[in-house]
Design a protein around this ligand. Structure first.
Ligand SMILES: NC(=O)c1ccc[n+]([C@@H]2O[C@H](COP(=O)([O-])OP(=O)(O)OC[C@H]3O[C@@H](n4cnc5c(N)ncnc54)[C@H](OP(=O)(O)O)[C@@H]3O)[C@@H](O)[C@H]2O)c1
Length: 185
């Protein structure tokens, strides 16, 4: 099966996952990102500039001070009623995030992690932009496994290590089988 299951709410908002993981799918080790790749940071900043970003509460708290004008953080937390997000929103679940984005005419919600939120969003994702850091590391937070029969690669670029970037990396863009390839606004 290649389609996504129906969402509990109808939504035209495109769900795009953006992540960086090692070859063995590690996203973080001891709560930190275990590599130093300014090239990937620049890639992440460029893809998320001016966008609505869906974040788990843990990742949002770690990214305190990182958000730029024009970015709208939407934070998933089970305590959404008591959680304040300056310049953004707190939501209790994914359907609420999609409903909120749709009500503001947002074309795409960029899912920026962490592990729990990627796992919650994957079934309904339309697109994945994944940086594979070409090494294996140990860590407790993992990117979910992609069901191979549901995703096709539409773009892939390899970048060697250099003086500033300690590991080689590959950026792969997948779209769900049968889904249009563009990112909505
Ligand atoms: N390598 C990468 O690309 C990347 C990207 C982002 C983050 N990270 C790393 O990932 C780690 C954090 O990931 P994580 O998995 O521990 O936490 P997370 O996904 O960032 O946040 C977890 C929190 O989000 C809320 N949440 C999660 N699923 C939910 C659901 N289905 N419904 C409602 N709320 C939900 C809960 O908040 P409440 O407890 O408030 O209810 C939960 O405690 C950090 O170490 C960070 O550095 C790596």
């Amino acid at each position: 099966m290649s389609g996504k299951p129906p969402l509990p709410v109808p939504s035209a908002v495109r769900l795009v996952l953006i992540a960086a993981a090692s070859r063995n799918r590690v996203l973080a080790s001891h709560g930190q990102i275990p590599w130093h790749l300014p090239r990937d940071v620049a890639h992440f900043r460029s893809l998320t500039a001016g966008r609505w970003l869906l974040l788990g509460r843990t990742t949002y708290e770690q990214m305190n001070g990182w958000f730029q004008p024009g970015q709208v953080p939407v934070v998933m937390t089970r305590l959404a009623d008591d959680f304040t997000v300056p310049g953004g929103w707190a939501v209790p679940d994914l359907p609420s995030a999609l409903k909120l984005a749709a009500s503001h005419g947002v074309g795409a919600l960029m899912v920026c992690g962490g592990g729990q939120v990627y796992a919650a969003a994957l079934s309904w994702a339309d697109e994945i932009i994944l940086t594979t850091v070409e090494t294996e590391v140990t860590g407790e937070t993992l990117f979910p496994e992609l069901p191979a029969d549901q995703w096709c690669v539409v773009d892939q670029q390899f970048f060697p290590a250099d003086a500033a970037n300690t590991w080689p990396m590959t950026i792969t863009r997948w779209v769900r089988d049968g889904s249009p390839a563009g990112q909505g606004r």
